[in-house]
Design a protein around this ligand. Structure first.
Ligand code: BEZ
Ligand code: FE
Length: 294
């Protein structure tokens, strides 16, 4: 905090204490903890940075704009949380490290319920533009036991950097689900992930711009993995060598989630005999699920 007189400090302390005391009658202990925490941290912030009244007005105008941008298709508040690292911090707190369980990362706004089942070895591209990518792996528990019948939802942007839902024409592409086999293995065709920007035509985009930050996300393929008795895993895999790994706009990259995507020259036979016109890539992602109860 910058230098303020003892008299001034006492006045500011009195405001914090009065606000804290106003919650003394709250009968919900968790709500009380949250309200006391937010008031304590908020006032510390205001006092640390010596917020001016113009800055307070600008902050109110910014949050108002975030609210106006938000509707049932666009969630600018979550985007704000994502770009401030608050989403990743909440995910870290709630997905405690357990053995070698696969790390979780941000969910993002482009998951859609009811994706098509593509079956083992199927293709999630469904016409999306992009280089074919053969993805294989296993799903196991933290004891190394294979998990049969685990549900994998996978989704990604196309080569132009758009998810199907962003085209607004009802298409379903670059998403699907499948189940692991008896030995816990899975395999499917996708497209090699490419980088794309988060939606940046709103106040969050202006914040990124004003602070010299890029809206680009490192290239990734989303996974949602579910199996009864295990902690549901929301994660992605990233592409080793991608220049954006160290500057992902939503801080979603974890070293443990970076994978080699090995590019195969045109004409290289594919594992399932599919005829590919041009190059294709292949990657492996072995997934470990934590038990639901530690
Ligand atoms: C995404 O991965 O699609 C995403 C994640 C967070 C914010 C915006 C997009
Ligand atoms: Fe994404």
């Amino acid at each position: 905090m910058s230098e303020v007189s003892a008299e001034q400090q006492a006045r500011e302390d009195a405001i914090v204490n009065t606000v804290l005391a106003s919650f003394d009658g709250c009968e919900n202990p968790r709500l009380l903890e949250l309200m006391r925490g937010v008031v304590t941290h908020l006032h510390s912030f205001l006092r640390d940075v010596r917020l001016t009244e113009e800055e307070w007005s600008a902050a109110v105008a910014f949050l108002t704009a975030v609210g106006h941008m938000t509707d049932d298709r666009r969630q600018e508040f979550i985007l704000l949380s994502d770009t401030l690292g608050a989403s990743m911090q909440t995910i870290a707190i709630n997905n405690e490290a357990r053995g070698d369980a696969t790390e979780a990362t941000v969910f993002g706004p482009f998951f859609v319920e009811g994706s098509p089942e593509i079956g083992s070895g199927g293709d999630i591209a469904l016409g999306a533009a992009g280089e074919p990518c053969w993805v294989v792996g296993t799903v196991r528990d933290t004891e190394g036991r294979p998990l049969a019948g685990a549900r994998l939802e996978v989704w990604e942007a196309d080569d132009d950097g758009f998810y199907d839902v962003q085209y607004g024409d009802e298409r379903t592409a670059a998403r699907g689900h499948l189940f692991t086999e008896a030995d816990g293995s899975y395999r499917f065709w996708a497209i090699t992930p490419t980088p794309y920007p988060i939606p940046h035509d709103g106040p969050v985009g202006q914040m990124l711009d004003a602070t010299g930050r890029s809206p680009m996300r490192a290239a990734h393929l989303h996974f949602l993995v579910k199996q009864a008795g295990y902690r549901t895993l929301v994660t992605h895999i990233f592409v080793r060598g991608d220049q954006l790994l160290s500057s992902d706009a939503v801080f979603g990259v974890k070293d443990s989630l970076v994978r080699d995507f090995d590019r195969q020259p045109a004409g290289t036979p594919t594992p399932d005999g599919r005829v590919v016109d041009g190059t294709w890539s292949t990657t492996t992602f072995d997934i470990v699920l934590a038990p639901e109860q530690p």
